[in-house]
Design a binder for this molecule. Structure first.
Ligand code: MRU
Length: 374
């Protein structure tokens, strides 16, 4: 996507050897800065500390981290078998950073399998570098295709509106291009509709505690000229009761092959409110986010717990033109806090899944019909 006229992806191979570029998303929307990663360790910290976040982006950055890992294993002058073991261990370090988004494990395992096929260290490094690029390109293509399928859905809702009124879409967290390599999942249909001249307006949940909606989704939509309004997380139900939401589209960090959707904490409550108000609740995802093993999302998806400071403190700037973030305490001193990063929306509350191959019901049979090779 364009940032002030310049095309960006969220991760790229730098022209200098052994270097991967990312956007430091922690500083958005107040400062746009890029960072170079040169080791597996730096990549793991960038994921853990949320320089990069969002399922697809984490997967693509991990794939690039595995390329850096392959360089580190080559440097040790190991036999093919020992190289593979060194590579696997570095993959485990990356996978340990964030447990919920399945794209991370998916990308790392894909790298491990690809590298095992080659004999020499040079070939292994080359294949890891090539695969990092392939995984990024695939992610961008799949997200674009999600936009094309979701566009039809948004267009179909336009016929229920008075002429000129926008289709009001509510989204939670950031499943935009920053959460992937490009285009985003939940935002891709929105960008496609806006670009096709369909009037859309987006209700952006602020998404406490880290405010990915208020900070990232609002920034993205603003840069693309999409009309939007940031709302506190508790507002969606009220808007739905008053006919102010036509459609909910969220992303997901892991969706089971039976259709249960793990996404940023608070998504489940939006799905309940949507069900109560008869509002379609769609989830947009590339197939790299499908967990092909877990059947019961509520019981089986690991839910990341993060530090209490994310809840107890809020971070922001006092002057929007000077990038100097200040953390302030907002919780009564001494009160314990809990920080569950994700929740699971059972498939029965999900109207449909928007994937790169089309839209399907959130059910085992429909998902497998769309991806028969699985
Ligand atoms: O904790 P994050 O920022 O990595 O959480 C991921 C998200 O932004 C959301 O849960 C998103 O809706 C799905 S990721 C495409």
């Amino acid at each position: 996507m364009l940032v002030d006229g310049k095309p960006y992806r969220t991760v790229w191979l730098e022209s200098a050897a052994r270097s991967v570029g990312i956007i430091d998303q922690r500083k958005l929307p107040f400062s746009f800065e890029t960072v170079e990663l040169t080791s597996t360790e730096e990549t793991a910290s960038a994921i853990l500390e949320m320089y990069v976040r969002g399922a697809g982006c984490i997967g693509a950055v991990a794939a690039h981290g595995m390329y850096l890992a392959s360089e580190e294993c080559r440097e040790k002058g190991l036999s093919s078998v020992d190289f593979d073991e060194c590579f696997r261990k570095k993959g485990n370090e990356l996978c340990a950073t964030r447990p919920t988004a399945v794209n991370l494990e998916w990308a790392v395992n894909r790298q491990i399998e690809a590298v095992r096929e080659k004999d020499s260290a040079d070939e292994k490094v080359q294949i890891a570098r090539d695969l990092a690029r392939i995984i990024s390109d695939e992610d961008a293509t799949w997200c674009k295709q999600i936009g094309e399928h979701g566009l039809d859905l948004i267009r179909s809702l336009l016929s229920n509106k008075e002429s000129g009124d926008p289709v009001n879409i509510l989204t939670h967290c950031n499943a935009g291009w920053l959460a992937f390599v490009d285009h985003g999942s939940a935002t891709s249909p929105i960008y496609a509709a806006h670009d096709a001249g369909i009037p859309v307006h987006v209700w952006v949940d602020e998404t406490r505690p880290r405010n990915q909606g208020a900070r990232l989704t609002a920034w993205e939509l603003g840069k693309h000229g999409v009309p939007h309004t940031v709302i506190p997380d508790n507002t969606g139900g009220h808007l739905m009761q008053h006919g102010m939401v036509d459609l909910v589209i969220t992303g997901t960090d892991r969706t089971t092959h039976t259709g249960d959707v793990a996404n940023k904490i608070g998504t489940y409550l939006k799905a309940l409110a949507a069900k109560d108000n008869g509002i379609p609740f769609y989830v947009a995802l590339p197939s790299s986010t499908i967990d092909w093993e877990t059947r019961d999302g509520v019981a089986g998806v690991p839910i990341e717990k993060r530090g209490s400071e994310e809840v107890a403190m809020v971070s922001g700037v006092t002057d929007e033109k000077i990038y100097e973030e200040t953390d302030v305490w907002i919780v009564s001193p001494g009160s314990p806090v809990a920080n569950y990063a994700f929740d699971v929306t059972p498939s029965r509350l999900v109207t449909g899944l928007i994937t790169e191959r089309g839209i399907c019901e959130a059910s085992e049979s429909a998902i497998h019909a769309l991806f028969p090779e699985k």
